[in-house]
Design a protein around this ligand. Structure first.
Ligand SMILES: [Zn+2]
Length: 165
């Protein structure tokens, strides 16, 4: 019974996250299209470097990261739910699907999910030019660092002025 309650609570949290993502979707896709347009026919240095542009880049990166996390969480939820009594029909239908197999799949999804979120996050920072042009440090990893960067326009590591604040 407890495991069903826990599964239910996680499902509600994930659903709330999905609603949040969905509501921001129109704004984010407009900004994404704008950023995509800006990267055509202009070199890196020619791009307007303003606080607003970086705020939007950061918002796009954060939204896409949230989406990745949500996908990983849904997969984890399904694997988790299969471990509860909800997985009984599955275990009846597939003789190889023992509790141990279920736990192994759950752990594998957790590890692969976290790795994928991190790798995709790094690639995204590069794609959205959210790395310092001089020292290549991430400009928007972590809430504190992001806030400071958007306020000052400077790389925290080498103090390069990335945009004029
Ligand atoms: Zn730097």
């Amino acid at each position: 019974m407890l495991e069903l309650i826990v599964t239910g609570v996680f499902a509600v949290i994930i659903a709330a996250g999905a609603v949040q993502l969905f509501r921001a979707r129109a704004r984010i896709s407009a900004w994404r299209a704008e950023l995509h347009g800006a990267s055509h026919g202009e070199t890196h240095a020619e791009r307007t470097r303003t606080a607003t542009e970086f705020e939007r880049r950061t918002a796009v990166a954060q939204w896409e990261r949230q989406r990745d996390l949500l996908v990983a969480a849904v997969l984890l939820l399904l694997a988790g739910a299969a471990l509860t009594s909800l997985g009984d029909p599955l275990r009846a239908a597939l003789p190889w699907w023992t509790r141990l197999t279920g736990v192994a799949i759950f752990l594998a999804i957790g590890i692969i999910g976290i790795t994928a979120v991190i790798l995709r996050s790094t690639a995204r920072a590069r794609r959205l030019a959210l790395l310092c042009p001089r020292c290549h440090a991430p400009l928007t990893s972590g809430a504190d660092r992001t806030r400071e960067f958007l306020r000052t326009g400077r790389c925290r590591e080498c103090r390069l002025e990335v945009f004029h604040s």
